[in-house]
Design a protein around this ligand. Structure first.
Ligand code: NAD
Ligand code: DAU
Length: 341
């Protein structure tokens, strides 16, 4: 395959590129990334200079650039990760979410159609379905109605609708995956798990929104990469697949307590958390029914939450230079040193 990966310098995109090039060394990947605050080329140092990998700094909203890259590199498959991805940022400033997540996706779709790519895979989120209540055992499935509640999820919902519209209207060969909360190596420390680990390593308290009883469905990023792999190889064009983890309704406060236990601070956990003002419109609970991708493609998560959390804590402990540079903003100098302006 010759893949265009958008947003490949971000958390999931860089994990996906490393996964794919290791498993399929004969394939070629072009990584198109704007390098916003969330894009970090240091994640991809190990593949830099490989003959089957290239990076282009650019914006998915630049249709001329996207089309010329698709043609020049003879791309047959697009895996679209690029997005503004943080809910709290979308609450502070929604417009960039509309620009990249909605307009950028439409521009990519138009370019994909013109270049006649064989597959456009869109990475989306379970947040498009809204929230579940704490006292139900309901889960999101491929049949759940869309009900986004934050500017971020509204923009992702709009992008999903456009992707499906390009399939029904123009016959573009698309697939979509809506996954739950990823965690693992290279995650920007603005999201709960890496924020908690790095704060504790810095001797700072972990901010817990509201009552701390919000529930997420945690998915180790490597399991997510395996799911995308299967969808690209065996998924049915036009279909959507939900991807989730093995967690059983663990509230945020318990996630942080687990991290503190792994870090040897379980006994004194109350000293390490700080209950802060809640996120407006905070979705109470997410849970994913991933039986369709299990039944049709044979996927299931390999990593239990506890195992993956331990691996993640270990990674941040070992990669202190990486997260300290990210937290201080120094990582951005790397691009200038490496590539110039
Ligand atoms: P991230 O914020 O870590 O990375 C996003 C990447 O996209 C960055 O490298 C950034 O520079 C790039 N980017 C942003 N705007 C761009 C533009 N206009 N043109 C080109 N590149 C641009 O995000 P992530 O957590 O890796 O998420 C990747 C995708 O997965 C997103 O589409 C997100 O909505 C989706 N998703 C994420 C999660 C999660 O838990 N992280 C869960 C479900 C779905
Ligand atoms: O569900 C998938 C989504 O997961 C993705 O689509 C998003 O891109 C990704 O950012 C993530 O969204 P969340 O809002 O669920 O993730 P976040 O890590 O920001 O928050 C997880 C939970 O922890 C949520 O209930 C809010 C809470 N939280 C978060 C932060 C940053 C806190 O209590 N304190 C914090 O400081």
């Amino acid at each position: 395959m010759r893949l265009l990966v958008t947003g490949g310098a971000g958390f999931i995109g860089s994990n996906f590129i490393l996964y794919w090039l290791k498993k399929y060394p004969k394939d070629f990947i072009l990584n198109l990334d704007k390098l916003t605050y969330a894009g970090n080329l240091e994640n991809l140092r190990s593949v830099e200079g490989s003959p089957n990998y290239e990076f282009v700094k650019g914006d998915i909203c630049d249709g001329k650039l996207v089309l010329s890259l698709l043609k020049e590199y003879k791309i047959d498959t697009i895996v679209h990760f690029a997005a503004e991805s943080h809910v709290d940022r979308s609450i502070l400033e929604p417009a960039p979410f509309v620009k990249t997540n909605v307009e950028g996706t439409v521009i990519l779709l138009e370019s994909a159609l013109k270049a006649k790519v064989k597959r456009f895979h869109h990475i989306s989120t379970d947040e498009v379905f809204g929230e579940l209540s704490l006292d139900s055992e309901d889960k999101f499935s491929e049949n759940t109605c869309y009900s986004p509640r934050s500017p971020y999820s509204a923009s992702k919902a709009a992008s999903d609708h456009f992707v499906r519209a390009f399939y029904t209207t123009y016959g573009l060969p698309i697939t979509i995956s809506n996954c739950s909360n990823n965690f693992g190596p290279y995650q920007f420390p603005e999201k709960l798990i890496p924020l908690a680990i790095t704060n504790i390593l810095e001797g700072k308290k972990v901010p817990i929104y509201g009552d701390g009883l919000y529930v997420r469905d945690w998915l180790y990023v490597k399991d997510h990469c395996r799911a995308i792999d299967l969808i690209l190889h065996k998924g049915k064009v036009g279909e959507t697949y939900l991807v989730g983890g093995l967690t059983e309704d663990i509230p945020n406060i318990e996630v942080v307590r687990k991290i503190l236990r792994i870090m040897g601070k379980g006994e004194e956990w109350e000293n390490w958390v700080e209950f802060v003002k809640d996120r407006p419109g905070h979705d109470r609970r997410y849970a994913i029914d991933w039986s369709k991708i299990n039944r049709e493609l044979g996927w299931k998560p390999k990593y239990s939450f506890d195992t993956a959390l331990k691996l993640t804590v270990d990674w941040y402990v070992k990669n202190e230079v990486w997260w300290r540079r990210v937290k201080s903003g120094e990582y951005r100098e790397y691009y200038e040193r490496q590539y110039g302006e």
